[in-house]
Design a protein around this ligand. Structure first.
Ligand code: NAD
Length: 339
């Protein structure tokens, strides 16, 4: 298929790009590098030995977006582009609404203009808010507790309404749990520009000496060892889910929502131990108080994706840690320094 990837230079986008190229799809990546580097795209070219098109573009720029859609005329869009830092969203809400909500509307309008009727959208488990029960299935109510979560939930609603008003359209809304790890080559991975918001990149940066120690926010939760438990999914498993979702959406009408996780969780201490094994040494850490708003546990029920997408997360914690360590140790400054 001719597929346009917004945000395709980012962490999840670059891994998905590699999988789509391997399947023979023709791709155009549109990214403004707000949180990524052109080097990620160079490395995907090198790893895949295939070429793809690229446009440096901001999805908030409607005219540029419409021009790009006219020129490429995609059959489907995978819409990764967005801002994703929860704390930053609270400080800069309008930027988050503009990029994540208005940006998504621009993408849908540009799709309408060229009769493109298939979309796969990057959403997040954060749309659920505090769990009323676990594991979370797709019919769990959504009460997002952050600006970021609300932007994702609004974008979901807009996509569902768009599709209802456009007979023949279809798509998949993918609610990711906690993507971690990197491609086994160690050539592409997660490269946060600022202080990492997520556990695994933070641990990686401690391991490589960029950060002094890991703070464990609370060890008195009702979990196996008292530390917070989350459903971590290997980014390559996640990337493959996009290939499956694209095929699913292409063959059907209507938009379906899917949870993408493993269905089981790991605690902060388990993540730390697995990463210490991968890098061969104990890592400095300290237990501090709970962070406001944090919850004890969050785990996906991925049964719907397993069943309808014929997809399953296959990579375990050791592979997540090994691949993350390989990426971080071979690229201590991410894409800034060419390995
Ligand atoms: N990584 C996670 O933990 C996680 C979890 C759930 C959902 N998501 C969602 O998945 C998507 C991809 O996440 P990621 O982890 O790969 O993040 P990322 O920041 O690495 O990738 C996002 C990409 O979008 C680009 N971008 C941002 N604003 C843009 C704009 N206005 N115009 C064009 N490009 C723009 C960035 O430069 C980047 O390449 C995001 O929408 C994110 O909200 C991520």
């Amino acid at each position: 298929m001719d597929v346009l990837l917004t945000g395709g230079a980012g962490y999840i986008g670059s891994h998905t790009l590699l999988e789509l190229l391997a399947e023979g799809h023709r791709i155009l990546v549109a990214d403004n590098f707000a949180n990524s580097s052109p080097e990620a795209l160079n490395r995907v070219r090198e790893l895949s030995n295939r070429d793809f098109r690229f446009a440096r573009l901001d999805i908030r720029d409607r005219a540029a977006l419409f021009g790009l859609f006219e020129a490429f005329r995609p059959q489907a869009v995978i819409h990764f582009a967005g801002l994703k830092a929860v704390g930053e969203g609270e400080a800069r809400p309008l930027d988050y609404y503009e990029t994540n909500v208005s940006g998504t509307m621009n993408v849908l309008e540009a799709m309408n203009a060229v009769n493109c009727a298939r979309i796969v959208f990057s959403s997040s488990a954060t749309v659920y808010g505090e769990p009323e029960y676990l594991p979370l299935d797709e019919s769990h109510p959504c009460h997002p507790a952050s600006v970021y979560g609300r932007t994702k939930h609004m974008a979901e609603q807009i996509i569902l309404d768009w599709s209802r008003a456009r007979p023949g359209s279809g798509g998949a809304i993918l609610r990711y749990f906690n993507p971690v790890g990197a491609h086994e080559s160690g050539r592409i991975g997660e490269d946060p520009h600022d202080v990492p918001n997520n556990l695994m990149p933070y641990i990686s940066q401690v391991a490589v000496g960029r950060r002094a120690k890991l703070s464990i926010y609370g060890d008195d939760y009702d979990t196996r060892d008292g530390t917070g438990l989350r459903d971590y999914i290997h980014v390559v498993d996640l990337a493959r889910a996009h290939v499956a979702a694209l095929g699913y959406a292409a063959a059907r009408q209507g938009v379906e929502v899917f949870n993408l996780g493993t269905g089981s969780g790991h605690t902060v201490r388990e993540m730390l131990r697995a990463f210490s094994e991968a890098c061969g040494r104990d890592l400095p850490h300290e237990v501090t108080g709970r962070r406001p708003g944090d919850i004890a546990a969050c785990v996906a029920d991925p049964a719907k994706a397993n069943r309808l997408l014929s997809w399953r997360a296959e990579r375990g914690l050791a592979e997540m840690s090994r691949s993350a360590w390989r990426w971080q140790s071979e690229n201590p400054d991410g894409y800034a320094r060419r390995a």
